[in-house]
Design a protein around this ligand. Sequence first.
Ligand code: ADP
Length: 415
Amino acid sequence: MMLGVYLENITLVLLVAAVTLLASNYLHLYRLTKWLWESRKMSPPSAPGVWEHVYEGIYYLQRRNRNKRKNLGVLVKRFREGSEALPDALVVVDKEAKIVWCNRHARIEMGLKWPDDSGRRIDNLIRHPKFIEYFHSGDYHYPIEIPAPNNPNKTFEYRIMAYGEDQLLLIIRDVSRVSQLEEMRKDFVANVSHELRTPLTVINGYLEVLTVSDEQNPFVNKAMNEMGTQTKRMQALIEDLLILSKIEGSAERIYENTIDMSAMLKQVETEADALNKGKKHKILFKVDEQLVIFGVETEMRSACSNLIFNAIHYTPAGGTIKVLWKKRAGGAYFAVIDNGHGIEDKHIRRLTERFYRVDKARSRKTGGSGLGLSIVKHVLNHHNSYLNIESKVGKGSEFSFILPPELIYENSVDS
Ligand code: ADP
């Protein structure tokens, strides 16, 4: 301005000054862009005034980002090293089932090729129907076991967990040895039970023939009777062991057949009446006759009769037993309610274990094998349900289960 006054041309001088300032700022902007996009140097070029602050601000941000990236890189490396050291195969898939990442074990055990298989759908790779059903069910509370995709002699356990945002972590473990041992255990129990069946039938047959009342020798009488009772107990135990092995190894599909529960419960009622002769309980059956379900009839019959017969055995004579079968929120509800001895809380959790009894002496007297509730548990597990036990000592017990609504057979008139 002063120069303008001095040269007597303010406008021209102001114009020249403005153009110079603009040109200098454009020059710095150009240098900044060049530094940001083309230069490999981290440190910024020197600049005067306000531009120095701009450069330093950007330089500071860049350094902070670089350090963060470095730390992140260390974390990712540590995670990868950790997951490579795991004995399990790991695969991460996104919400469209596409493979995002897998560890070395997954490449070895599952035959995954990396990075070629990145982005491939996992359900195209593991095509076993049980896996497909499990993967798309969204219910990952329990793992599944199926043969390995590239080696049918191996058994893999698949477990899925939610991972990050919209991702799933698939953990695959080789359980061939465990499942082999489990198979051997099941086979052994089934074979031993089967082999014991014939000699016991023979012994029992002879005992029945020989058990004729001998007035002269009461000791022989007593011994023969006791032997008869004990062989019958052994036979019942073996029958229960065989039923349990059969249910455990059952591959029968529950959706293939329907069960007319009302008809089945009528047969069980006749058997219960026979068993009830000495006890004289009041047994009430409240059964919804329309309520038909999908399932395996022999198994369901075994479960229901075990619960009903237990109520008869463990309720003192003259008690009241209610058997309910009806539709309820959440599915089809079956319950056996008695006003018997009841069970202490500490036992309830263990009742479905094999051979677990609250009172061994009492159970032996009833002729129970100690396998009844184990059978019930396996049957219900096979039918996607579980046993619910509520009991109060001295008041009575309720043994119940709810079969999921998908198992209810909707018998429409025109179908
Ligand atoms: P068991 O062959 O001995 O009856 P279970 O597996 O059927 O074997 O039952 C296990 C135990 O649970 C029984 O020994 C008994 O102590 C207890 N129990 C089962 N049902 C009842 C019931 N309704 N009331 C009281 N106790 C029961």
